[in-house]
Design a protein around this ligand. Structure first.
Ligand code: ACO
Length: 402
């Protein structure tokens, strides 16, 4: 290893912090988390109150603008978002270029990144008005993008957004309506969807949000930054966990096999982890997981699903894990993804679309954080250093001597 002073001689302090576990990368006024107490606030409001008393667009307004909207502001915001919900028709051809069996998250990365080519009139990041137009466009068009990614995978015609519907209803319409028959939106599903969107709206400096900020710190356009966030969210250690939880529950299969999987999760020679368990910040029950568990019961009851075997399995897995010394000592509790997959499945949303839904909801958090970063006078291009552990300087040998 090179003498570290040779590399970092002019720096007073060098911090080696893999995974940035103790590095604050920015200032932010959007979201507060107390991981030990299991507290999550957006702009000071507790997540349970927001999930109970607000609709998703009210929370989106709060996250984006700092205050909850009054009635007039709410109506104006709803109409502005609704006005932007259609996609440029050319984008439909972009979808058609993908294989039908593409993962919808791959389609989302591509389509959202391509939006910079379709909406270049809102890519001037120095103009606050254009930044807001781009933010509205992203929040408004995301349900259409997810709906179309799903429809394309099913070989069904794309549906167009309906302005008379709420944000959550419109998303259900884009996913499940067809041109052949009337689709009645269940108010229970719409309410549950609304709550799920709120629970995923922002979560301070997680991997995908930090990715959006890092991409944006170079001055990249908002559509490219959100595409980067989507790519980061896709991983199973992050948003991809909701898909992985369901796969894991299917693999476990029955309650009597739980101890075998708990043992696998504890075995340090086995890479298997209990998906939907553990969190970098929460060392207590994730407050979103509590609401998600309650929503899960409500949805299954309302849909008349009695004794859902996966829910039973999940609850038993949670009970056994939370009594196990390994999980207790490491403060590994169920996170937001643990129950969301079961609700999505009951709603008829295919597993591959789960993480797209997370991306849809998180878009408002990402874009609010991106806007906040661009108005912060401390803002600099993100450029972490490294601890170099490679070879010392050496001469290039001729090819026959390598
Ligand atoms: N199953 C078994 N053991 C686990 C789990 C798990 N799900 N999560 C953490 N551990 C163990 C680790 O092996 C480690 O044990 P050790 O101290 O004996 O080495 C200890 O708990 C601490 O784990 P880290 O990996 O250091 O914790 P980190 O903060 O880096 O990781 C993460 C957090 C990625 C969420 C992790 O808990 C995990 O992989 N969970 C499963 C995937 C998941 O559910 N992700 C969703 C996250 S929430 C979200 O994105 C919305």
């Amino acid at each position: 290893v090179m003498d570290i002073r040779k590399l970092y001689g002019d720096m007073d302090i060098f911090t080696y912090d893999p995974g940035y576990t103790s590095t604050g990368s920015c200032k932010s006024a959007i979201t507060y988390i107390d991981g030990d107490a299991g507290v999550l606030l957006h702009r000071g409001y507790p997540i349970d109150q927001l999930a109970e008393k607000c609709d998703f667009l009210e929370v989106a307004y709060l996250i984006l603008k700092g205050e909850l909207p009054n009635a007039e502001q709410k109506t104006k915001f709803e109409s502005d978002i609704t006005r932007h919900s259609m996609l440029n028709e050319q984008i439909s051809f972009f979808f058609r270029g993908f294989r039908r069996d593409s993962h919808p998250m791959a389609v989302m990365c591509g389509v959202v990144g391509a939006m910079a080519a379709f909406y270049h009139d809102s890519t001037d990041i120095n103009d606050p008005h254009q930044r807001m137009v781009a933010s509205y466009r992203l929040v408004a068009k995301m349900p259409t993008i997810v709906g179309w990614a799903y429809k394309y995978s099913q070989g069904q015609p794309f549906m167009y957004p309906q302005n008379k519907l709420s944000y959550a209803e419109n998303f259900l319409h884009l996913m499940f309506a067809t041109p052949c028959e009337e689709y009645k939106i269940s108010p229970i599903l719409a309410r549950a969807m609304n709550r799920i969107l709120i629970l995923h709206a922002d979560h301070e400096q997680n991997a995908s949000t930090s990715t959006v900020r890092l991409a944006g710190s170079s001055g990249a356009n908002p559509f490219a930054c959100i595409a980067a966030g989507i790519a980061s969210l896709w991983g199973p250690a992050h948003g991809g966990a909701n898909e992985a939880v369901l796969e894991m529950l299917h693999e476990i299969g029955s309650v009597d096999r739980i101890p075998e999987f708990i043992a696998k999760a504890k075995d340090k020679d086995d890479p298997f982890r209990l998906m939907g368990f553990g969190h970098r910040v929460y060392k207590n029950y994730d407050p979103r997981a509590k609401i998600m568990q309650q929503t899960c019961h409500e949805v299954l009851t309302e849909l008349g699903v009695k004794d859902d075997p996966l829910l039973k399995l999940a609850m038993e897995l949670e009970r056994i894990a939370l009594e196990d010394e390994y999980f207790v000592q490491r403060k590994l509790f169920p996170n937001v993804d643990f129950y969301s997959g079961i609700i999505f499945r009951a709603m008829g949303i295919p597993t591959q679309v789960f993480t797209c839904l997370f991306a849809l909801a998180r878009t408002v958090g990402w874009i609010a954080q991106w806007n906040e970063m661009l108005t912060d006078s401390d803002q600099k291009i993100g450029r972490p250093r490294q601890l170099y552990i490679g070879s010392d300087v050496r001469d290039v040998p001729p090819i026959e001597k390598r």
